[in-house]
Write a protein that binds this ligand. Structure first.
Ligand code: NDP
Length: 241
């Protein structure tokens, strides 16, 4: 897959899966515009990948909109930024719930809105990939707000696919299982919990960021020209197990 001459907005490019996607796209010729939070990551992205990097807190709706506008024009969008807080359902706080919805669900909507508006105005085609999770299909203990935020994101993906498809803009979701990133350390550092999860993955391992990035790049590419509105698991068969 060749992305030469293409500009791709990648949110959450500072670490983990987003960083891998930004690196892979850069290697394959794309100009990446990274939207991420930590100043240190912004500096590293500029230096290592030579990409444009915009520092933004995606929990802030207005700042997100301004950052999305500043990132345009772009050919593709990958909404990868995400966050989690572990709380049992009965102890899930309104504050944590709102934070997760803001970053995991609302920010992808805002970024995609600005991107799609600009493409439609210019009569150009494009593609959006939203990084969801197996947690949008499965109830994972201590992940109530996270599961809800990713389920909401899937709803957005499907509506985008229907409303933007006629404009030549495809929207798809990618659903990784546990992927070895800083977020996974936060959620799966208990060895007993991690072993139980791994046992349910037929290929016998957690995902690596590049496993997810390859699928994201495929869904952005012309090879996936007829793929619109899908939820693609990257889970080693976890969901059929
Ligand atoms: P990481 O925590 O490793 O990286 C997340 C990136 O998103 C960081 O660069 C982080 O920046 C950025 N980010 C988070 N919150 C904000 C915010 N408010 N504003 C701007 N940037 C923000 O996560 P992963 O790479 O593991 O996850 C990437 C995506 O994949 C997420 O959507 C996640 O839900 C999903 N996913 C991950 C799985 C896993 O096991 N790792 C499994 C399934 C799905 P900073 O560090 O500066 O806050």
């Amino acid at each position: 897959m060749d992305f030469k001459g293409k500009t791709v907005i990648v949110t959450g490019a500072g670490k983990g899966i987003g960083r891998e996607i930004a690196g892979m796209l850069t290697e394959r010729g794309a100009d990446v515009v990274a939207l991420t939070r930590s100043a240190a990551d912004v500096a590293v992205l500029r230096e290592e990948f030579g990409c444009r990097a915009i520092e933004v807190d995606l929990a802030d709706a207005e700042a997100t909109r301004q950052a999305a506008i500043a990132a345009l024009p772009a050919d593709f969008v990958v909404n990868c930024a995400g966050t989690t807080e572990l709380q049992p359902f009965l102890e899930t706080t309104v504050e944590a719930f709102d934070r997760l919805i803001a970053v995991n669900t609302r920010a992808p909507m805002i970024v995609a809105q600005e991107y799609a508006r600009s493409l439609i105005t210019q009569g150009r085609k494009g593609a959006i990939v939203n990084v969801s999770s197996v947690a949008s299909f499965i109830g994972i203990p201590d992940h109530a707000a996270y599961c809800a935020s990713k389920g909401g994101l899937d709803g957005l993906t499907r509506v985008m696919a229907k409303e933007l498809g006629p404009h030549g803009i495809r929207a798809n979701g990618v659903h990784p299982t546990v992927t070895l990133t800083p977020m996974a350390v936060k959620a799966w550092s208990d060895p007993e919990k991690a072993a139980g999860m791994k046992q349910r993955i037929p290929v016998g391992r957690f995902a690596e960021p590049e496993d997810v990035a390859e699928v994201v790049l495929f869904l952005l590419s012309e090879q996936a020209a007829m793929v619109n509105g899908i939820s693609m698991p990257v889970d080693g068969g976890y969901m059929i197990a």
